[in-house]
Write a protein that binds this ligand. Structure first.
Ligand SMILES: Nc1nc2c(ncn2[C@@H]2O[C@H](COP(=O)(O)OP(=O)(O)O)[C@@H](O)[C@H]2O)c(=O)[nH]1
Ligand SMILES: [Mg+2]
Length: 401
């Protein structure tokens, strides 16, 4: 199976920390993160790898933060893999503040980058409006609302949402660094991300522990990235969950279609051959019940049937049975191919049913990957339609059917 594509759109007010996040993520994941399972990230080319590393190296070696962002959105294409295989081709697009709409619509995950420097103090009625303005919450809500509306129109699920709160070092030094407080404030600022049909992670990250939130130079000794790789792992997990749900739905449809085909074939055979033909279809081998006896048939090359008669010596009956099979084959326009066709149908139906069971019981490869990603993500809160999702809980269903 080819690794799926996964489009991630990162949005944030200038200065929120998007660029630092991207390069920290690349640095951490290109080395690899390891828990139950290890993950690695690789740029599309040696040149791209160098470029992604360069920005981080400046911070890690010299304490220099990246220069201000450019105006145009920039897309970085990277392969995310585990120790065994490529898992996804990730396209991470960093958006400038405006004009994100077009690219946004194609994204599987939207990363909302919130400046944690603004969220150090718990919000109250007077500080909330100011914080919302600094974070760009109204613009984010507008873009999401537009996107959700489009997806509903198209009958497609919403993209998953990673709310990344940067500069968690600044939150840690505030009066209330608890997770509950952060979740409360984030929900207050972006209620849309917790509506029915959403799949949302809230993830505090940091590049280091610094004395301020808008410094252009810091002591490189203080660089210590934390959780910067989790947004990408979340994007992958939600992408795989969606693919799993899609495959399950497609398999169920296929099962229904094959079932209809089987019933139609039975009806046609029943009309042509009556009980003899139906009995022949039902058995593990081609056989036919003929007046109290059983005639066993063997197909050679799908055309000829040799018949062995058990339970009687009525050669005539055997001959008639054989003739009846031939008639049925001719009636169906595929002389001699009736039983092979039926068997092929039943084989496909069996395969589809087994696949459905496999996915349902989460024995498929994708489910295993989802579980392993879940182990990495266990420490961050994830919400389904606004309700906290317990680690190891079942995958989200499609919100729109
Ligand atoms: N305290 C602290 N400051 C950070 C952190 N990450 C970024 N910053 C600050 O935020 C500024 C903007 O970061 P940048 O990644 O360029 O933001 P962008 O405009 O969203 O791309 C940097 O110059 C730093 O001063 C962090 O983890 N902790
Ligand atoms: Mg930037």
């Amino acid at each position: 199976m080819a690794a799926p594509r996964m489009a991630v759109a990162a949005l944030g007010a200038p200065g929120a920390g998007s660029t630092t996040l991207l390069h920290a993520m690349y640095d951490v994941l290109s080395l690899g993160v390891s828990q139950e399972q290890s993950y690695y990230l690789r740029a599309g080319s040696a040149q791209a790898d160098l470029e992604l590393r360069r920005v981080w190296k400046l911070l890690a070696d010299e304490g220099a933060f990246p220069p201000r962002r450019t105006e145009k959105p920039v897309t970085h294409t990277m392969t995310l893999r585990d120790g065994r295989a490529d898992l996804a081709l990730a396209e991470w697009t960093e958006h400038a503040d405006d004009g994100a709409e077009q690219r946004l619509d194609e994204s599987d995950t939207v990363v909302l980058v919130l400046d944690g420097g603004v969220l150090g103090d718990p919000l109250d009625d007077t500080t909330r409006v100011r914080a919302a303005g600094l974070i760009g919450a109204a613009r984010m809500s507008f873009l999401l609302q537009h996107l959700f509306g489009l997806r509903r129109e198209q009958g497609r699920p919403y993209p998953s949402i990673a709310i990344v709160v940067t500069k968690s070092d600044q939150i840690a030094r505030g009066p209330d660094k608890s997770e509950e407080r952060l979740i409360r404030d984030v929900r207050d600022l972006l209620p849309l991300c917790f509506e029915p049909g959403t799949h949302t992670m809230v993830c505090p990250v940091r590049a280091g522990v610094f004395p301020g939130a808008q410094l252009s130079r810091v002591d490189p000794e203080l660089v210590s990235p934390r959780w910067v790789h989790l947004p990408l792992l979340f994007a992958l997990m939600s992408r795989l969950e969606r693919l799993r749900a899609d495959e399950l739905a497609a398999s169920r449809e296929q099962e229904a279609a094959l079932g209809r085909e089987e019933r139609a074939l039975r009806r046609r055979v029943g009309k042509t051959l009556g009980l003899v033909g139906l009995a022949a279809l039902a058995g593990p081998w081609p056989y036919a019940v003929v007046r109290g006896g059983v005639a066993w048939g063997v197909y050679a090359g799908g055309r000829r049937m040799r018949v062995r008669w058990t339970g009687g010596e009525d050669r005539d009956e055997v001959g008639r049975t054989r003739a009846a099979f031939r008639r049925a084959g001719e009636a169906l326009g595929r002389p001699g191919k009736l039983l092979p066709a039926y068997r092929e149908l039943m084989r496909r139906l069996g395969e589809v049913r087994e696949r459905i069971r496999e996915i349902d019981e989460e024995r498929d490869d994708r489910s295993r990957q989802i579980r392993e990603l879940g182990a990495h993500l266990a420490q961050v809160p994830i919400f389904l339609s606004g309700r906290r999702r317990e680690p190891g809980a079942r995958a989200p269903r499609h919100p729109s059917g």
